[in-house]
Design a protein around this ligand. Structure first.
Ligand code: SAM
Length: 362
């Protein structure tokens, strides 16, 4: 069982100078687990983030146990499974966030379908209340499945003469770097038996956890004394002011729903849900590139803007502890909020800056 409340890493005495700061945004370069406890206590109005999911995405160290262990050198994780390491690490960053957020402040954090239960436990272990979960349904995921039949042929030392594989550069879009154009014909009897079997579904759903730092007293008292504790129902309304739902679609998913269901109460069913129509997947223009670097897990800007608007009071301060290319930073600054962000990889700092330049020109 992981330690439910690892103490914040005591490696720095005070927060280092930011690598970027203006009236809208402040960006720190460093480890969030180390930096969040050094932010002023109860200074932040909302946290919106797309953290590592603990899936070793594309072999990235920041998304696997090695990166998580690096964040917590003071915790002995010998003997912990990878999921336990991930949960312990989630508890640690959430504990830092709890310190920095005002009582009643909301959290919106993406998770991966396979690992989000560990993140939810981490957030709860740290002291947050779990309030809801938004299902983000999209069409951009690629299945990461083992082709059992082909692998069995390889296991038996057989090559498929008619298998065609093309190396592809996805330039940051979720998914594989190789495309199988033709699977080829199974060679062995075992491979023939397992033809058509794999190990994974195509990801089309990501949960977004909605949590809250416990309010002080009643929600009303908390809202009046700390200015946070509610969700901006009107501000995050959609399609002529509808109540925000805990399901959101990308345009292709919404179209597929409408094809399947036709109309209901004389309108298309998808109109009952927020749809991020212009950001079906982040376009090349939305995915910044600087000095040859782009980010591999960029979230749609409009989706981040909707989340930030939902959980942050007007002119409030948003925290993004895992900035990446800075989508949350651009969304928050563009919607008139202030934002404090942390990113541990220096290569992504120019991407965040280019987003801020772009939003100040807009
Ligand atoms: C899923 S990505 C965020 C992508 C972002 N939503 C975007 O649209 O560009 C997570 C980011 O967290 C960063 N990261 C991972 N561990 C970290 C840590 N301990 N402290 C700060 N940043 C970290 C990674 O370098 C990565 O850029």
């Amino acid at each position: 069982m992981p330690d439910p409340t690892p103490s914040p890493a005591p490696r720095l005495a005070e927060i280092p100078a930011p690598v970027f700061a203006d009236e809208r945004a402040t960006l720190y370069l460093g480890d969030t687990v180390e930096l969040l406890p050094l932010l002023p206590e109860a200074s932040i109005d909302a946290l919106v983030t797309d953290p590592p999911y603990g899936l070793s995405f594309n072999g990235q160290a920041w998304d696997d146990a090695s990166g998580f262990r690096e964040s917590l050198p003071h915790i002995d994780m010998t003997g912990m499974s990878a999921p336990e390491v991930f949960e312990t690490w989630c508890t640690a960053w959430a504990a830092g966030a709890l310190h920095a957020l005002k009582p009643g402040a909301y959290v919106a954090a993406f998770g991966g379908a396979r690992t989000w239960h560990r993140m939810v436990r981490g957030i709860e272990n740290a002291g947050f209340e779990i309030r809801d979960q938004i299902a983000w349904l999209h069409t951009t995921g690629m299945p990461k499945s083992l082709d059992l039949s082909h692998t069995i042929d390889k296991h038996h030392g057989m090559q498929r003469a008619d298998r065609v594989v093309q190396a592809t550069d996805h330039d940051g879009v979720l998914g594989a770097t190789r495309t199988v154009l033709s699977k080829g014909t199974p060679v062995t009897e075992d491979a023939t038996r397992w033809e058509g079997w794999g190990t994974a579904l195509r990801p089309a759903f990501e949960p977004i956890i909605i949590a809250r730092k416990p309010p002080e007293g009643s929600v009303v008292r908390n809202v009046l004394s700390h200015g946070v504790g509610g969700l901006n129902i009107d501000g995050a309304g959609f399609a002529d002011g509808r109540w925000p739902t805990n399901v959101a679609f990308d345009a292709s998913q919404a179209d597929a729903l409408d094809v399947l269901t036709g109309t209901w109460q004389s309108e298309s069913l998808s109109r009952k849900f927020p749809i991020f129509r212009f950001d079906r997947k982040p376009s090349a223009a939305e995915r910044p590139r600087a000095f040859g670097v782009s980010h591999s897990t960029v979230k749609p800007l409009a989706l981040m803007r909707w989340l930030v608007t939902l959980v942050t009071p007007p002119r409030g301060m948003v925290l993004e502890p895992f900035a990446g290319s800075g989508t949350t930073v651009e969304a928050a600054a563009g919607a008139g909020f202030c934002v404090v962000a942390v990113e541990k990889d220096a290569a992504y700092v120019p991407l965040v800056r280019s987003r801020l330049d772009r939003s100040s020109r807009a």
